[in-house]
Ligand binder design. Sequence first.
Ligand SMILES: NC(=O)c1ccc[n+]([C@@H]2O[C@H](COP(=O)([O-])OP(=O)(O)OC[C@H]3O[C@@H](n4cnc5c(N)ncnc54)[C@H](O)[C@@H]3O)[C@@H](O)[C@H]2O)c1
Length: 245
Amino acid sequence: MRFSEKTALITGAAVGIGRACAILFAREGANVVLIDLDKEKLAATEAEIRQYTDKVLSFECNVTDEPRVYEVVSEAEKIFGGIDILVNNAAIWRLWSSFTETSTDDWRKYLDINIMGVVYFTKAVLPKMLENSYGRIINVASVAGVYGNANMVHYSATKGALISMTKALAKEVSSKGVLVNSVSPGSVSPSDCLDIDHTIESDLSFMGRTGSDRENAELICFLASDAASYISGQNIQIDGCRKKQ
Ligand SMILES: NC(=O)c1ccc[n+]([C@@H]2O[C@H](COP(=O)([O-])OP(=O)(O)OC[C@H]3O[C@@H](n4cnc5c(N)ncnc54)[C@H](O)[C@@H]3O)[C@@H](O)[C@H]2O)c1
């Protein structure tokens, strides 16, 4: 089991890529800490994970609520003894609007959730990771942050920031045992069952299809594992060979 004795905290764990990651970590022996806003879907994911392990905690938490972020991290650390792996996955992305039509309030919301949420969770777990000389931080970015998506300038900007945050932070902490990487998915189709990949045709990739939650979760788990012990400061695209828009 790749993650026995390890604790992984995943934000946005109720659905999609976050949920798939949480299930994979749990299947491979990790204690898992699930964070999400959506109480009902979080409870459903926790129940699913309890088929594999009882070492699971879930917290209803808005990643923009800094005091609450510290509270849940400290609670999880008390129970599991520390956080070894942080997956900053929670984000919003479903607003398609031209730059001129995107309100300042929407910009603030995107910056708050997609960037500050990552800053708060990273600040909350990093001191103990440095103390233990061990940590893995994986930020879920997007191809939008690499190429830029029209009508998603707000979203693209947050994911571009996340990619550069990843590279910059890696330079500060890699020598101290904390490895920091990001993954940039292309188009992903959610699936109700981790073991059945759901994908659809897509002309945005040379593979001609979307990716699945499981494929993304496998990459994140690889980066969190000891097999990836010489990888830090990287942004890895998982996009079926994206046609650059
Ligand atoms: N799905 C895609 O096609 C795609 C493509 C590229 C990148 N991504 C990135 O992958 C990640 C996961 O996306 P997805 O589509 O699998 O999931 P999703 O967007 O369907 O769900 C995200 C989860 O995050 C939670 N969340 C949102 N705001 C939150 C907040 N303020 N506090 C706490 N939880 C919050 C939601 O409740 C939800 O459970 C995101 O970072 C997204 O930007 C997704």
